[in-house]
Design a protein around this ligand. Sequence first.
Ligand SMILES: *[C@@H]1O[C@H](CO)[C@@H](O)[C@H](O)[C@H]1NC(C)=O
Ligand SMILES: *[C@@H]1O[C@H](CO)[C@@H](O)[C@H](O)[C@H]1NC(C)=O
Ligand SMILES: *[C@@H]1O[C@H](CO)[C@@H](O)[C@H](O)[C@H]1NC(C)=O
Ligand SMILES: *[C@@H]1O[C@H](CO)[C@@H](O)[C@H](O)[C@H]1NC(C)=O
Length: 439
Amino acid sequence: MSRFLLPLLLLPAALCKDVLFGESGGIPTTSDLATAESNKALLEDLLASLSPGDSLTVENSTFIIQGGVHATGLADVTLRIEGTLKFFDDIDSWPLMDEPDPYIANRDVQEALHFTDFQSVTLTGGGTIDGSGLAWWGFPGIGYLIRKENRPRLMVMDDCKDITIEHILFKDSAYWTTLFNNVDGLVIRHSEVSARRPWDNHDGQHNLYDLSALNTDGFDVTGRNVHIHDCKIWNQDDCIAVKDNYKGGVSENMLFERIEASGMGLVIGSIGDTHVRNITFRDSVMKNTYKGVYMKFRDGTEGVIEDVTYENIRIENPSQWPIWIGPAQQAENETCAIMWPAHGKCEPAPNQFRNILLKNITVANPPRRGLGMREPMLGLVFGSEEKPVDGVVFEDVVFEGLRGGEEYYACKNVVEGTGVARGNTFPVPSCFTDETDSE
Ligand SMILES: *[C@@H]1O[C@H](CO)[C@@H](O)[C@H](O)[C@H]1NC(C)=O
Ligand SMILES: *[C@@H]1O[C@H](CO)[C@@H](O)[C@H](O)[C@H]1NC(C)=O
Ligand SMILES: *[C@@H]1O[C@H](CO)[C@@H](O)[C@H](O)[C@H]1NC(C)=O
Ligand SMILES: *[C@@H]1O[C@H](CO)[C@@H](O)[C@H](O)[C@H]1NC(C)=O
């Protein structure tokens, strides 16, 4: 090789820069409004300055930062968080949106981090993004009544492509931890979501005190080609939720595996008028969770959830329904009473579940209710009258420690003959065909 060619080949690499946040003027430790605003302005400037091949490192210190950080159009860059980005906890100074949130009533706070049109961006580094959620959750039980859902998400990405997130702890989000809107290509691995109040006794249980940090969803995704694996989630709402694609497109081709989750479960929904297909959750465990397998329609008439597999999942000590395929159990729509099925009635909106497989699911110690807490709460399969569930197979779906004779709460509106129980499934939902080994 010519000795003139070698320096030329090295040139592109030499042009790439690694920007250091602290060295560029980021102020660690101090927590006041001026510092938080200054750190935010610097972070936005540095992000905007990155070219393909560059990286930005937040060094191993804690930087207090104001919310409403925006960045757009980054391509081929690495963001390395080695320390902590901690959002400033003064609610009154938090920036508001120009127009209120079109999807959630009375919500006008900006997100903590809001990124759009990123392509081939990696977020890594072993550090923490901390939402200072406690300030927003407020006094247990009362904070929610005051702020409702007008709280910032920790990180939102709109219309991004080929994103990798690894070795990041997402801590104490005020509201949903993350939302990937209309993503195409997302890998999240070796990362953690933790949303817990202080003085939590860390015994791995959720109680009412913990639940008052409501709406702290973990990874919420819409779009396609998503792989989330080897992550831990402990929060007070949906752990993972495949949601409506806000561009109206399909949410499809997603695999979630080796997740340790404890919260409202591994969720599809809540879904309105959109289409979700080809989603797999597998090889995961949910200990001391509220719910487990949870698929829910909110409202609408044209929604479809199809080609879904939950496989090799263990659910231990759930405190609510461990298996739920039906209408959303929340007050978003009047089609189902919030207390249903304990009280009130439910008429699911006319949406379609199709081709659902639950395979090798074990539920240990399901919750109980009723007189003397004798009646176990196993779950339900509840389609709509207009469009009954078309194809639902339970293979080796087993509840441990039942005395026999127990029933699912409801098995209703399933196309005749398309609900099938196989293998060691026990008990068999009443509207399924029993093809288990015991027959
Ligand atoms: C940051 O520093 C702490 C203590 O000094 C250390 O335990 C931790 O591993 C460091 N984190 C990274 C990502 O280097
Ligand atoms: C379903 O999604 C997986 C990714 O999770 C993908 O590999 C597979 O090709 C998809 N199948 C179909 C039929 O699109
Ligand atoms: C509830 O759902 C119905 C039908 O799907 C819809 O027309 C109505 O607007 C929804 N109501 C609310 C409060 O979202
Ligand atoms: C069933 O799922 C459990 C995890 O809950 C796993 O350990 C076991 O290997 C699975 N069994 C089969 C036959 O795949």
